[in-house]
Design a protein around this ligand. Structure first.
Ligand code: M6R
Length: 608
């Protein structure tokens, strides 16, 4: 997720671009850049680090003359945060400049083709491929070149483009990444989000998928993918700047929960090629994968919970024994690491002190290490032997939601790939699992649409003292995360238990009205968990069950039931967690707490 801004008008562009970018820094902040046409040439200025570095370099933009330009604030995806990888990117002869938000899935294939034709690349980014491809197709008509590029690229994009040959126009286009256009008497702007233009106008055009906007100093016209002109109506924005930053959502956490379908697609789709799972960054040969004897998954907090799900998935599908460790324990427990062991470190931030120390410990012991990391160029990403990125974009809320969902997808992909290569899964079974994976984004969307019901239910538990979460197998892993979410943002004491374990002590805490959330998604365990539900209900508990849509029988036993759509039994975590996230969120909102910044917590725990 990055921020893009473009401007054409009567004023100097660079200060306006910087101002717009400053409102988008929550979308990305590892580097920034601007391209401005100065009357002769497109000048590009880029800086690694926060936007203020670019601001200082250009003296608030005053050092970049010109009234047309594009700007970008980056959240690295392809290539570490650096000057070279920062946007804008030029085409070969520097007559076209491009800023991009999104991920081009087939960029490597396109890059190879262009390299064969003699194009020389200066960065590791997918965006530079777009710029070069535009240059390749450009024969004097920008619209024609843009349409050709749209037909060739796969993935998501919102682009701002300027052509030195057409210094009175800014071009823009989108697919699956947001883009808006705003206009006032001083000029016309594009941006990836409303906050960047609110200072100038409240009337904005929302560009839809595969629509192109062409901006001049005093007008804007729109085209479809066939290059035909279309009509669009502006919408009036009523949000204030704070609400606009959150895309109109009340909190970043809610916004990020709603980003989960996209996060899942972004993590999944680039790794499915011609119906097969391709994880180039893994860099392991089939022989090495076949030789694996053990996997250790090491992480903290929610990332650790995805690791517990991972254990069930890797063991169940690929039949590789898995040990899951809290990073803070792993680093001091003198673990036995044998030959042919893969150590997977999972971390959103890539900076968690214990996870980083565990990674270093694992490397010292000679194991092959793989980081599943969200922040490109972070310490874990840099130090792990291999890194598989989750494409969740910046996560602002302290309570993780979208990064958690992306981590699960990364583990599913690895497990299916390992299972297939090790001969534990047929081609057909593999294809069927990929089909189920691809259905997850729409299924998450459906579950999010049930938010009003969950909110009503959550409002009944604002004064709860203790809440328990129970489940067996993968459902226990889901319970752990449901419980952590509730604790961290609602300050209600909560515990997660393997459902069969309650009666060994904890059941004494169940009183009249205690809420017990039972996660029941594993068909072969339905009956077992049902008995556990009966045990707690007999002692006065009120039971909310989260279960599969075919398990309607449960209504006879549980007090309140939330259904999840049908999916493969190994993927239920990705769906069952959604109502639990919503529940915690609405309890926190109902209690009037600071949802995004809960007390005593930090987004990234860089101390031991
Ligand atoms: O950045 P990391 O994924 O390494 O962070 C690990 C935990 O600190 C993190 O998941 C934490 O538990 C979250 N606040 C949970 O919402």
């Amino acid at each position: 997720m990055c921020g893009i801004v473009g401007y054409i008008g009567k004023k100097q562009a660079a200060p306006i671009l910087l101002d717009g970018l400053s409102k988008l820094e929550y979308r990305g902040y590892d580097s920034a850049g601007m391209a401005v046409f100065d009357g002769k040439k497109i000048r590009v200025q880029k800086a690694a680090g926060r936007l203020k570095v670019l601001d200082e370099q250009t003296r608030g933009g005053s050092a970049m003359p010109g009234t047309i330009g594009i700007g970008h604030t980056r959240w690295a995806t392809h290539g570490a945060p650096s000057n070279e990888n920062a946007h804008p990117h030029y085409n070969q002869d520097e007559t076209i400049a491009v800023v991009h938000n999104g991920i081009i899935e087939n960029y490597l294939k396109l890059k190879k083709k262009l390299q064969k034709k003699g194009f020389e690349f200066r960065s590791e980014t997918d965006t530079e491929v777009l710029a070069m491809l535009l240059g390749y197709y450009y024969k004097g008509d920008p619209l024609e070149a843009i349409v050709k590029v749209m037909q060739r690229v796969e993935g998501s994009y919102a682009l701002g483009i300027i052509f030195a040959d057409h210094p009175d126009l800014v071009y823009s286009v989108r697919k699956d990444s947001p883009l808006i256009v705003g206009q006032n008497e001083g000029g016309t702007l594009i941006a990836s989000d409303v906050p960047a233009v609110l200072k100038y106008t409240r009337e904005v055009y929302f560009i839809q998928n595969e629509e192109i906007a062409v901006l001049s100093r005093d007008s804007v016209s729109f085209y479809n993918i066939d290059g035909e002109e279309i009509e669009k109506e502006p919408k009036k924005i009523e949000w204030d700047i704070n609400a606009a930053e959150k895309g109109g959502y009340e909190h970043f956490m809610l916004k990020e929960m709603y980003e989960q379908p996209k996060t899942v697609s972004d993590t999944l789709n680039p790794r499915i090629k011609d119906g097969r799972i391709v994880i180039e960054e893994l860099g392991m040969s089939d022989e090495e994968i076949r030789a694996l004897r053990k996997i250790h998954i090491v992480a903290c907090g929610s990332a650790y919970h995805t690791g517990i799900t991972g254990k069930y998935v890797f063991e169940g599908l690929a039949r590789i024994p898995v040990e899951v460790d809290l990073a803070s324990e792993f680093r001091y427990r003198d673990p036995i690491i044998e030959e042919h062991t893969l150590i997977i470190i999972i971390s959103q931030s890539g900076e968690t002190a214990d996870s980083l120390a565990a990674l270093r410990e694992a490397k010292k012991r000679g194991a092959l290490t793989l980081g599943i990391v969200n922040v490109v160029g972070s310490s874990i990403a840099r130090e792990a032997d291999r890194v598989m990125y989750t494409w969740a974009g910046p996560e602002i809320a302290v309570a993780t939601t979208k990064a958690y969902s992306a981590q699960l997808i990364a583990e599913y992909l690895l497990a299916i790939k390992f299972a297939h290569i090790r001969g534990k899964m047929s081609d057909d079974a593999c294809a069927s699992m990929i089909k189920d994976l691809k259905a997850i984004p729409a299924q998450i969307q459906m579950l999010l649409a049930n938010k009003e019901n969950i909110q009503r239910f959550a409002n009944r538990y604002l004064a709860a003292r203790d809440v328990f979460f129970i489940g067996r197998g993968i459902d226990h892993a889901i319970s752990l995360e449901g419980s952590l979410k509730l604790k961290e943002i609602s300050y209600i004491h909560s515990e997660a238990y393997a459902a069969g374990e309650l009666k060994h002590g904890t059941i004494s805490l169940i009183e009249e009205g205690t809420l017990v959330t039972a996660v029941v998604t594993q068909e072969e365990l339905y009956k077992k968990v049902l008995s556990n539900i009966v045990e707690v209900r007999t002692r006065g508990a009120f039971v909310m069950a989260v279960t599969n849509e075919d398990n309607t029988e449960i209504e006879k036993t549980a007090d309140y039931v939330v259904y999840i759509p049908k999916t493969n039994r190994y993927f239920t975590n990705s769906l069952a967690i959604i109502p639990l996230q919503l529940f915690s969120y609405y309890v926190s909102v109902g209690k009037g707490l600071d949802v995004d910044k809960p007390r005593n917590l930090a987004k990234s725990v860089t101390v031991e």
